[in-house]
Design a protein around this ligand. Structure first.
Ligand code: A3P
Length: 323
């Protein structure tokens, strides 16, 4: 099947060369499109998804900055909305044998990133759950125009940065060696990281959640860690899958939290030794490191921490967002 004419730039290379470029953490370069940095590997997916993705009103789209807890959010939402067909304590629950990324695929990184091929999403049972790292400005207009629900998970910039630094170093090959923390820090502060600037990404969804509270639900990783019971119930309410009192009483919410906990997921065979079915078959275990809040103190100097605080204050000032 050939690509429909005029729908993707005929020569992606030529298109990329018209964009600002800077250093990537893994591959040679990132390119800036609509104000955010992207890997050339995923431009095809980004553009195709913007042009072709047609959400259903019942769809759920999970959105994050990379390393903000995407894997956890995917597991929680999947377990919540499918709890009737797959009770969270059932022995054949799909989360026991599939990495959450294989149950909730990425739009631009996987589904729309196949060469010469658009995905057929019509056979997926509703409610369909998809995910993306795209910033609000680059989200397909069809998503903004439809009734589908969007959940945005945000994590504090310091832990997100440290997690991203570890993750990218796992993706670099031996010849590249380790990306120094100081260099990564400088790039991150300048906004040069995948889907960066981090702060603009968060802010764009924070604003959308204030303007469209029934469409966009804004969740914080730290709050989810602190009080998962309350926040998963809030999430279920938002998505239209509220837990009944009876379900709460018999422990369905607790079962979901247990199933999706870092301890449980990270120790499953599929997540210890499995390989992703998409995106070049990376190792599932790369998505599970510590799963803690505040791990950054082991890595950032007081000066680095101050710099992050300063940027965060400056970017989030007046927005009502403080983390
Ligand atoms: P750390 O590197 O700080 O440990 P993403 O899923 O967006 O790639 O984010 C990965 C981060 O989420 C990693 O953070 C990872 O350990 C953490 N994580 C993965 N599964 C989790 C879970 N079930 N509960 C809490 N955190 C989890």
């Amino acid at each position: 099947e050939k690509e429909p004419e005029n729908e993707l730039p005929q020569d992606l290379g030529e298109f990329l060369s018209s964009l600002p470029k800077d250093k990537d953490w893994v591959l040679p370069h990132l390119y800036q499109y609509q104000g955010f940095w992207h890997s050339p590997k995923y431009f095809r997916g980004l553009l195709a998804c913007q042009q072709h993705f047609q959400p259903l009103d019942t769809d759920i789209i999970l959105i994050t900055n990379p390393k903000s807890g995407t894997t956890w959010l995917k597991a929680l939402v999947y377990a919540c909305v499918n709890r009737v067909i797959y009770p969270p304590n059932s022995e054949n629950h799909p989360l026991l044998t599939n990495v959450p990324h294989d149950l909730v695929p990425f739009l631009e990184l996987e589904l729309y990133n196949e060469l010469n091929h658009l995905p057929d999403l019509s056979s997926i049972a509703s409610p369909r759950i998809f995910s993306t790292h795209l910033p609000y400005v680059s989200l397909p207009n069809s998503v903004k125009d439809s009734q589908c629900k969007v959940v945005y998970l945000c994590r504090n910039p310091k832990d997100t940065f440290v997690s991203l630094w570890h993750f990218c170093n796992k993706l670099r090959n031996e010849n590249q060696g380790t990306l120094l923390l100081e260099e990564a820090f400088d790039l991150f502060c300048r906004g040069v990281c995948i889907n960066g600037p981090y702060w603009d990404h968060v802010l764009s969804y924070w604003k959308a959640s204030l303007e469209l509270p029934r469409k966009v639900c804004f969740v914080k990783y730290e709050e989810l860690q602190e009080n998962p019971f309350v926040h998963v119930k809030r999430l279920a309410d938002f998505l239209g899958y509220s837990f009944t009192l009876e379900e709460e009483k018999i422990g369905v919410v607790d079962e979901i939290l247990k199933l999706c906990s870092f301890e449980n997921l990270s120790n499953l065979e599929v997540n210890r030794t499995g390989i992703l079915s998409h995106r070049g078959g990376g190792e599932n275990q790369a998505f599970f490191r510590q799963g803690k809040v505040g791990d950054w103190v082991k890595y950032l100097t007081p000066e680095m921490s101050d710099r992050f605080d300063q940027i965060t204050r400056q970017k989030f000032e007046g927005s009502g967002l403080d983390s």
